[in-house]
Write a protein that binds this ligand. Structure first.
Ligand code: MG
Length: 380
């Protein structure tokens, strides 16, 4: 029996993780955490009966405590709750599927408590990869990528531990606006941006896919996960989303991992690694797909992706600024405060105004995040 704790259980990755738990009898949920969706949280707690539950929002936490006074479950609140959950003795794997940088501290505490991390929270490695990866090594825990691309790379590397990576070919669908010009992007609506051609995901990451900032974050994430330099990572636009990423070795051999665009495959792979488990639905039908195509990314129109390479190369606190500025810009966009094309403009302005902190510690990372928010709040 594998015991798992899921942070972000009401989000897209969290819900799909619980679908896997429903079907796999040898998984047990010992803790669940959500931001504020207590309707769904209540159902999840009644169904999966975790020992511990955590709610980020204080008011939502109070209401949930009242609603669940008929069953035995400990319900904690806020960062203290997340840290207690990260360290709880019963769990073996911590699934980090929270949105945003609040995932960093719980991840660090989880690693220090010896938990393997099924990582779906990109921000953790983007902003603190230089702290997380050495820490995981020190404590001998695995960082198991849940992102489809990184899971693909991870799968391509299995059995190749002795062989250095020549290049990572990180695939991208190109999102709903692939092929559009900068001028055309000025006219797109929120509804259009929220319609991803292949993947069903949460709102934040769907917008990030439309700007290609998601791919930028993934480039930085891949650098830390697989110990390569940024110039070894090539983004390949592959609209069919059948190849989830590739690894090229020094003899020119390229390994690719393919499958239907379904997050259950990478989630399940992380939970049971190195074992594979049966999934009945959604098998790949190559005769139906017929063609796989590849394009170079348009760094001019989607300069959010270009800026990720620049921020990643500058290093230090710059990736934190990139991530935090994007987080806030996407929030403004989703609340109809700004237009789509202003998202990369805001990131650019934030990056330009920031003075890099070299090798930042956790406090400096969190301070940089705060400064970036304040910089944007002062303008919009
Ligand atoms: Mg991805």
């Amino acid at each position: 029996m594998k015991k798992i704790a899921i942070m972000g259980s009401t989000g897209s990755i969290g819900r799909q993780t619980l679908e896997i738990v429903r079907k796999e009898k040898d998984l047990q949920v010992v803790a669940l955490a959500c931001s504020s969706n207590i309707e769904l949280m209540e159902q999840q707690i009644r169904e999966f009966k975790p020992r511990l539950a955590v709610v980020w929002d204080e008011l939502a936490w109070k209401i949930l405590c009242l609603r669940l006074n008929d069953i035995q479950v400990e319900i904690l609140q806020g960062m203290d709750g997340l840290l207690a959950m990260a360290e709880m003795e019963e769990s073996q794997i911590l699934v980090t599927a929270l949105v945003g940088m609040i995932g960093i501290r719980p991840t660090i505490h989880g690693i220090q408590a010896g938990k393997d991390i099924a990582l779906a929270n990109k921000e953790t490695l983007v902003t603190a990869g230089h702290l997380i990866m050495p820490l995981a090594k020190t404590y001998g825990v695995k960082i198991l990528p849940v992102d489809s691309e990184h899971s693909a790379i991870f799968q391509c590397l299995s059995g190749e531990e002795q062989n250095p990576i020549e290049r990572i070919l990180l695939t991208a669908s190109g999102g709903p606006f692939r092929g559009k010009t900068s001028d055309e992007l000025k006219l797109v609506t929120k509804e259009q941006a929220l319609k991803h051609p292949n993947w069903a995901m949460g709102n934040k990451i769907t917008i990030d896919s439309a700007t290609m900032v998601n791919k930028g974050l993934e480039v930085m994430e891949a650098k830390w996960l697989f110990g390569v330099s940024l110039d070894q990572i090539q983004v390949v636009v592959h609209p069919q989303s059948v190849i989830h990423s590739m690894v090229e070795f020094m003899d020119g051999a390229v390994m690719a991992q393919m499958g239907t665009p379904d997050m259950k495959i990478p989630i399940q792979f992380a939970l049971f690694y190195p074992e594979r488990k049966w999934i009945s639905e959604g098998k790949l039908d190559l005769f139906q797909i017929q063609q796989l195509t590849f394009e170079k990314p348009d760094f001019h129109t989607f300069y959010g992706l270009k800026m990720a390479y620049d921020a990643g190369t500058a290093g230090g606190s710059m990736p934190t600024v990139y991530n935090a500025a994007n987080e806030m810009a996407v929030d403004l966009f989703l609340r109809n405060k700004i237009c789509f094309h202003e998202i990369p403009e805001i990131i650019q302005a934030a990056l330009e105004s920031h003075r890099t902190v070299i090798n930042p510690n956790l406090d400096q990372i969190l301070a940089t995040e705060q400064e970036t928010y304040e910089f944007i709040q002062g303008k919009y």
